[in-house]
Design a protein around this ligand. Structure first.
Ligand code: CAA
Length: 283
């Protein structure tokens, strides 16, 4: 199937980044969110991030302007009806995702491919509640989307080859690199990354190091662009905890037990950069 139009659900950090890269690659993008302020904010952020790429001579001014023109926003989910591909990037809650697909399905063409940008929820389970499990995949971008090269493509148990091939060609057109994962808890990136972050929190909790010494160790000792605690703040501590819980529940192994300090920070509402406070204070 030739994909020319992409409908994106959710205008948060991931959704606006996905809209940015899809529009820049020439797709007609419809971005939706229940919150119209979030849509307005998303368009501003996309404009600023595109401007940054223009000023660093990564893209030309007319590419920037053309990309902005390809993005349409709407707060009505059913306006995504004509899209060839849906990328759901809403809140990381399974009930919310099921509800979105349920509302969207009657408006869609039978051939439309459904994908979710979930970082850890079972693709097979999300797909099983739709009318087209064979046309359903995980399409997992990394944050910040315009910068990070990887897209994880996750096959549900029923995903068919034409669907996989169509998604893979979208990744190629975005000039990103696909890594294919089977549908097991947290897939590949988060299966490996989150236990490392959780271990960094244990290292802090047990007093082995301070926030600074832990982050400096991994930045300078292992050449990571960000230390694990800085990265946790960047991702969101609530997201990190949710992914650890998916690993712990799904794989039933105590090695995935979330650190009590991570849980405590989330209970305090210290979620990282988005709340201005996490392992670092951004106020
Ligand atoms: N949009 C567009 N461009 C952006 C951007 C954005 N939102 N944020 C940064 N950039 C660009 C900058 O313009 C700059 O471009 P040039 O190289 O052309 O100059 C480049 O990215 C580097 O940015 P900065 O110089 O401002 O800052 P930096 O060197 O500190 O890099 C970073 C910032 C790219 C975020 C880097 O620190 C990094 O790679 N961090 C790790 C990020 C990471 O691991 N992400 C994955 C998280 S896990 C995940 O997403 C999966 C999940 O499910 C939780």
């Amino acid at each position: 199937m030739d994909i020319t139009s992409i409908g994106i659900v959710g205008a948060g950090q991931m959704g606006n980044g996905i809209a940015h890269v899809c529009a820049l690659a020439g797709y007609d993008v419809t971005l939706t969110d229940v919150n119209s302020d979030a849509l307005e904010e998303a368009v501003k952020i996309i404009g600023t991030n595109l401007d940054r790429q223009v000023s660093r001579e990564k893209i030309a001014q007319n590419d920037r302007d053309a990309a902005m023109q390809r993005i349409r926003t709407t707060s009505a989910l059913i306006d995504l009806g004509p899209s060839d591909l849906i990328i759901e990037a809403a809140t990381e809650r399974e009930d919310v995702k099921h509800a979105i697909f349920a509302e969207l399905l009657p408006a869609l063409k039978p051939e439309t491919i459904l994908t979710s940008n979930t970082s850890s929820i079972s693709i097979t389970r999300l797909a099983s509640r739709t009318d087209r499990p064979e046309k359903f995949m995980g399409f997992h971008f990394m944050n910040p989307v315009p910068v990070m090269q990887l897209v994880e493509l996750i096959r549900g148990i029923a995903t068919d080859e034409p669907t996989y091939d169509a998604c893979r060609s979208v990744v190629d057109r975005l000039e990103k690199t696909a890594a294919t994962a089977e549908d097991f808890p947290a897939f590949i990136v988060n299966r490996i990354l989150m236990p490392m972050i959780n271990e960094a929190v244990y290292t802090l909790y047990e007093g082995v190091g301070t926030v600074t010494s832990i982050d400096t160790s991994l930045k300078l000792g292992a050449n990571h662009p960000m230390g694990p605690l800085e990265l946790a703040d960047f991702i969101g501590l609530d997201t990190c905890l949710a992914i650890m819980n998916v690993l712990h529940d799904g794989l039933a192994d105590t090695k995935y037990r979330p650190c009590p300090l991570l849980t405590k920070y989330v209970e305090a509402g210290w979620l990282g950069r988005k709340t201005q406070r996490g392992f670092y204070d951004y106020r």
